[in-house]
Design a binder for this molecule. Sequence first.
Ligand SMILES: NC(=O)c1ccc[n+]([C@@H]2O[C@H](COP(=O)([O-])OP(=O)(O)OC[C@H]3O[C@@H](n4cnc5c(N)ncnc54)[C@H](OP(=O)(O)O)[C@@H]3O)[C@@H](O)[C@H]2O)c1
Length: 188
Amino acid sequence: MIGSHRVEGYAIVSADGMIADGNGMMPDTIRNDADQRFLQTELDRAAVIVHGRHSHEGGPRAARRKRFVLTHQIASVAPDPSHPQALLWNPAGATIEEAIAALGVGDGPLAIIGGTDVFGLFLPLYDAFHLTRAAHARIPGGRPLFPQVGPRATPETVLAQHGLSPGPRRDIDAAAGITLTTWQRQSG
Ligand SMILES: NC(=O)c1ccc[n+]([C@@H]2O[C@H](COP(=O)([O-])OP(=O)(O)OC[C@H]3O[C@@H](n4cnc5c(N)ncnc54)[C@H](OP(=O)(O)O)[C@@H]3O)[C@@H](O)[C@H]2O)c1
């Protein structure tokens, strides 16, 4: 939790734990309509979305959502001149609480949507992580879900190492091999 806000992560990954190819592009093999419907509905209930400069979620309702866009190009926080609902944020110069106050965030969860370094930054803080897997996709040389993911660590082992436990795996598009598992932090 950050104050009264739950912290929830959202990602779709290939069988080898990647969120994008080596050029930072998301291949069609990890794009899925059922996953997008789930993500877009979840983002509508978030108080604020948090992502790096290359990970805007898109979609018709995106402009209405409050968001923090992480960048090193400013010292702490600054308005985003092209998006009135967005705040540019450099975590090295302002805390998340300061960013929340500067944007005027209401009640509801913080939704963390990537990329790799942003997903990694919030690992100690997730109350839940919604991990979608595309079983038929592989992205050799791609960008991992978390910086730690590689030959010796899967997304699941990293989540477990940070105190989260898996709920039931749901087939959200069985024909395409797409499953969704929500990992939750165990309280107490
Ligand atoms: N499969 C999925 O679920 C998923 C999820 C998210 C993204 N993606 C895909 O992954 C690709 C983008 O990956 P990416 O790693 O380039 O993503 P990104 O995190 O969106 O963008 C990286 C940029 O964000 C800023 N940033 C990140 N961490 C920061 C920190 N700790 N402090 C300050 N600024 C920080 C930096 O911007 P500056 O250069 O301005 O300093 C950095 O260059 C896209 O194709 C996207 O669609 C996929």
